[in-house]
Write a protein that binds this ligand. Sequence first.
Ligand code: HEM
Ligand SMILES: CC(C)=CCC/C(C)=C/CC/C(C)=C/COP(=O)(O)OP(=O)(O)O
Length: 301
Amino acid sequence: MIRLALTSHAVAKERSHLFQVCRALVHLGKPGIVLAVVLSGYAGMVLAVDHLPDPAPALYGLAALFLTAFGAALFNSLMERHRDRSMQRLAQRNAALQLLGVPTIATVAGGAICAGLATAWQTLDPQVTVLILLALFSYVVIYTRILKPASPWAAVLGGLPGALPVLVGSAAISPDFSSSVYWLFLVLLFWQPPHFWLLALDHLSDYRLAGIPVLPLIANPAVTRRAILIGIGCLIPSSLCLCWFGTCSLYYALGAALLGSWFLIATRASLHGKHPRPAFVLSILYLVCLLTLIIIDRAFP
Ligand code: HEM
Ligand SMILES: CC(C)=CCC/C(C)=C/CC/C(C)=C/COP(=O)(O)OP(=O)(O)O
């Protein structure tokens, strides 16, 4: 009886530890960003063939995207752990790092990236592996290692790894890129700086303490506000080009115009009221709605 009680206690303790390890990996792996990146990859797949993609290459492509993006996010958290310690916003991420330790996180990150690259190389066009390697290098080396600690414009070039998943998704389904795929790639490039600068305005003290030269710290807030509105102003016509020069329907164009106007007007009001957080949340809502609109428009033409 006692042995049974001791065994069940040990099993419960093991389960609790496993749950804590998984939760820590979720905190370190930027789940929202990774899932939204996978959604943008799926939108690239749908635009590649103008209908729902075949399930097999789509699943292999999404699995490769998820694993490599998750691994890249883990490496980013590892590389920034000394700076992240002074950021209140990242308290859970810092606790997760203490729980798991650098070797474990590096092993999981390397394993996820190798699994993702092997999946792409074994099952899909070689272009997919090349594009994923470019996204990995541009995020982990160019953005995280070089630009983010040094330049207030890091979010502009840092947009490359965030936009490449659209091309990764398209290449997983078809070797040729359609004009719509290129326009969606541009939409992601224009969307990311406003998305980040809104967050940076909301967490200015964090970035000041961490010594990260975000635009609102280097330039005065009016310059940042203008840069955000210019970014959104470029984003809206680019999203409409998926209809003007691409294959998306007029119904999509109407939806994209309404979404973009909502994003621009609400962001302008949010910045005018000196409360950037609602506009940051709206930037995510805007992107998820736009990607969903594209998928529905092409899946059911
Ligand atoms: C220059 C590129 C980008 C930068 C600098 C950036 C920055 C960030 C940061 C710092 C957060 C965390 C916010 C918080 O802790 O409250 C965040 C959240 C988020 N980002 Fe971005 N991001 C970028 C690109 C992207 C891309 C490409 C996507 C999707 C396609 C995306 C989707 C999201 C989502 C869904 C969240 C909310 C969930 C979460 O906190 O993980 N971001 N972004
Ligand atoms: C296929 C592949 C590898 C794709 C990469 C996709 C990906 C993870 C893009 C993220 C883009 C980005 C700059 C995020 C912010 O990091 P941050 O360091 O500014 O965020 P933080 O402040 O929360 O750490």
